[in-house]
Design a binder for this molecule. Structure first.
Ligand code: HEC
Length: 93
């Protein structure tokens, strides 16, 4: 049972998430989440205000499927969980 859990359960890692954030998110949202770079005239949402209002499930969908003008990001479930751990640590919620 312990082996099963160790093999399957991914402990979200905010430090790994920070690296993924730098690679996959900061170009539009900025290092501090507030850059608001535009995509087709729509500014990337200020993550410092929106992240606390969104559930983990919603964040997962936004990252993996995209959201309106935001293109989906090529992160698997573990990487997405790491990014969300980083977002929670940085912006709360
Ligand atoms: C190519 C630019 C771009 C990249 C890269 C990008 N985003 Fe976005 N993001 C946007 C834009 C633009 C919006 C606003 C979309 C709209 O309202 O049409 C947005 C919106 C969001 C929202 C708000 C969703 C909501 O329900 O209001 C969240 C959360 C978010 N992005 C997180 C992320 C995270 C986390 C990453 C990295 C894994 C990321 N974004 C990468 C451009 C980007």
């Amino acid at each position: 049972m312990l082996l099963f859990l160790a093999a399957c359960a991914h402990e979200p890692d905010p430090a790994a998430g920070a690296d993924k954030y730098d690679l996959f998110c900061s170009s539009c949202h900025g290092a501090d989440g507030t850059a608001g770079v535009q995509v087709d005239g729509i500014a990337a949402t200020d993550l410092s205000t929106v992240v606390p209002t969104l559930s983990d499930n919603t964040l997962t969908t936004v990252i993996q499927d995209g959201y309106l003008k935001m293109p989906k990001q090529d992160l698997d479930d573990d990487e997405t969980a790491d990014v969300i751990a980083y977002l929670r640590e940085t912006f709360g919620g």
